[in-house]
Structure formats: structure tokens, C-alpha cells
Design a binder for this molecule. Structure first.
Ligand code: GDP
Ligand code: ZN
Length: 347
């Protein structure tokens, strides 16, 4: 059978339809004009999707919203000004118009955009480590603490799985962790399994917004399930309001805890802190070093065997923990090893 030839008109029509479809596809956001929207009101971003965000109003109701194109990065935890539409359009209830300045933000390296914010307005970073399986690593704790210092967010070090320790091992670990208490960090020994000190943890989380971070296997999921048994119920509420159905993506989400306080969670946030740091950040991230760093004899002091190094002297005088000092140098050394392969997370 001969191939049917298209007339010029037909070809043009097909091309034009194709262009229109592409345009409509690209332009997924609805044009909200002024008369379609109510008064502006305050809200908090509780979930961020690729082109939408769920905003919670002051009465605790959640609305799926479009974003004004003028908005720069919008992330979970952002406090926003938004307007509710007089009616829902394509399952969307309103539009976010402005973002209040952030108190702080946490970011991750993005291949295309440099540093990309993933959550904002966080009051506490809960660093979960485990006594055993995986073995306690003070080096990892230091790494997370550096990140907390840079982001200016208060950390809490939580040692999980204490049920697996003998009395003797427990004392040994308490001794090891004392170096953190001495420089003003809070420590909590808990067990998601036996429930030991879980009430202390929930009480500490009852105010403000927290995130849980830590290596794989330390017990983050177990702890989160413990303090937040109704995660699925909340997800269900969101899709009911929006009519768009449940998003199964791993978007960052803000949850309200039953006893008060909020938790922001997503796989990307749990892994936050294990990405690339530079030497300046690491040096700034050791809080007890800050008082002595400016007093080294040489401005480019490497704080090793350099003459007149105030940091080394402080260690020798017992003012700074030798463990922290060693970990500092290990973190700095690890930079030259990883320089050629920048750490971009695969979340
Ligand atoms: P995540 O990777 O940090 O989310 O860790 P998970 O919550 O998945 O826990 C890893 C493993 O440790 C699982 O087998 C848990 O059952 C176990 N686990 C978590 N918390 C505790 C604890 O307090 N005690 C003991 N013995 N095991 C725990
Ligand atoms: Zn020095």
C-alpha cells in the first residue's frame, strides 16, 4: 500500500498542535488572576513537590498550592504568604506568593545548581549514633557537629541501642562521650528497642522543629516510627484535601508530633551532613577551637608541628581534647583524598 502523503495544510496543523501540546505540558502552572484569589494569609510549607507545595494554614488545614514564578527556592519548613483560590483548579487550592526570611537552612550539593537548600527553619539536629552495629565513631559525630555549627542549628547527640551494652561497655562509652558534654553538647543514651529514655527524647522534641540525621543502620527509622506512629494517617489527609492523590515520591515532609513539636523527614535529610566540607568549614565547625585559633604565631598555621601553634598548646595543656584535635586533622586529611571525586549524594 502506498504511503499516504500529507497535504501542506495537514502537516502544518500537526506541527501546530504538537507545539501547543508541548507548551501546555511545559506550562503546568495555572494562571491565578487577582480576582480568583482570597486574602493573603500566613502558612508553612509542609511538603515540597516538583511543581507544587502543600501549605498548612494557621488552623492546621493543608492546601496544595502553585508557586509564583518569582519565588526562588521554596523548601519544606519555609514560612510563606499565600492566597486561597475561590475554587480548586486542577486539584490545586491556591498560590504561594512570598517567603519569609529563613532563620536557617540546610543544603546539599547539587550537580547543576551548586548548593541547593532542602529544608528551612530547623531548631534542632538530632544526631543519631549507635553504640554497636555500626560501631560508635567519634569521627562521624564530629563531622555532623561541624555541619550543625556551620548551619547554626543546635545539635543533640543521641546514642541508640544501649540495650546491647554491658554495664562496663556503657561506662566506657559514657566516658568517651564526655568530651562532647565538656564543650556544651547535650547527650542522650537511649534504646528504640527497650524504650529506655524514649520519653526524654519525645519531651525534648516537643518544641520547635527537628531533623534526624545519622549513618545507615543506627536506628533512625525505628526511632521515627516510635515517636510518629501516625505518619500514614497524615499523608492520607493531604491527598484528601488536594484531590490529586497520594504522591509516592520521597519528598521532604514536615510532621507534627503527637506531644507537640515537628519533625522534618526525607531520605535526603537523613543523609544530610555526610557531604563534602571544605577546610575552612571544618576549622569553623570545632566550637572549642574558636577561642585559640587567632592566636597561633603564623597566620597560615596548619596546627600540626608549626612553631607557636596555640591550638596544639591548648591540647598539651589539657584545654582541648586530643581526640577532637586528632579527628580534626583526620577530617582535613580526608579532603585531599576526596578532592578529585567531589561528593555528590545520589538522593
Ligand atoms: P536506620 O538505617 O538508621 O533507619 O536504622 P533502622 O531503624 O532501620 O535500624 C537498623 C537496625 O537496628 C534494625 O535491625 C533495627 O531493628 C535495629 N535497631 C534499631 N534500634 C535499636 C535498638 O535500640 N536496639 C537494638 N538492639 N536494635 C535496634
Ligand atoms: Zn595553629
Amino acid at each position: 500500500m502506498a504511503k499516504r502523503k500529507l497535504t501542506q495544510n495537514q502537516t502544518r496543523r500537526i506541527q501546530s498542535n504538537n507545539a501547543k501540546t508541548l507548551h501546555r505540558h511545559k506550562k503546568k502552572d495555572i494562571e491565578w488572576s487577582d480576582e480568583m484569589l482570597g486574602e493573603s494569609q500566613e502558612g508553612v510549607v509542609v511538603t515540597r513537590y516538583s511543581i507544587h507545595a502543600d501549605v498548612e494554614n494557621e488552623q492546621g488545614k493543608i492546601y496544595r498550592c502553585n508557586l509564583r514564578r518569582t519565588l526562588s527556592s521554596l523548601v519544606v519548613g519555609d514560612k510563606v504568604v499565600w492566597r486561597k483560590g475561590n475554587e480548586q483548579l486542577q486539584g490545586v487550592s491556591g498560590v504561594i506568593e512570598a517567603i519569609h526570611p529563613r532563620e536557617n537552612e540546610i543544603s546539599r550539593p547539587d550537580y547543576y545548581d551548586g548548593l541547593k537548600p532542602i529544608a528551612a527553619n530547623i531548631d534542632r539536629i538530632i544526631i543519631i549514633v549507635s553504640a554497636v552495629l555500626p560501631t560508635l565513631s567519634l569521627n562521624i559525630i564530629d563531622r555532623y557537629l561541624v555541619v550543625c555549627e556551620i548551619a547554626e542549628i543546635k545539635p543533640l547527640i543521641v546514642l541508640n541501642k544501649v540495650d546491647l551494652l554491658t554495664q562496663e561497655q556503657r561506662q566506657e562509652i559514657e566516658e568517651q562521650l564526655k568530651i562532647y558534654q565538656d564543650i556544651g553538647y547535650e547527650i542522650l543514651m537511649i534504646s528504640a528497642k527497650s524504650g529506655e529514655n524514649m520519653e526524654r527524647l519525645t519531651a525534648l522534641l516537643a518544641q520547635g522543629t527537628a531533623i534526624f540525621v545519622g549513618q545507615s543502620g543506627v536506628g533512625k527509622s525505628s526511632l521515627i516510627n516510635h515517636i510518629l506512629p501516625s505518619v500514614n494517617a497524615q499523608v492520607g489527609d493531604v491527598s484528601e484535601t488536594s484531590g490529586l492523590g497520594q504522591h509516592t515520591t520521597t519528598s521532604s515532609r514536615l510532621y507534627h508530633l503527637p506531644q507537640g513539636g515537628n519533625l522534618i523527614d526525607s531520605p535526603g535529610i537523613r543523609e544530610f551532613g555526610l557531604w563534602h566540607l571544605d577546610a575552612e568549614q571544618i576549622t569553623k565547625g570545632y566550637r572549642e577551637f574558636q577561642y585559640v585559633l587567632g592566636t597561633c604565631k603564623f597566620r597560615d598555621c596548619k596546627h600540626l608541628s608549626d612553631p607557636g601553634c596555640a591550638l596544639r598548646e591548648a591540647v598539651e595543656q589539657g584545654k582541648i581534647s586530643p581526640v577532637r584535635y586528632d579527628n580534626y586533622h583526620r577530617l582535613i586529611e580526608s579532603l585531599s583524598e576526596t578532592k578529585s571525586q567531589r561528593h555528590f549524594s545520589a538522593v
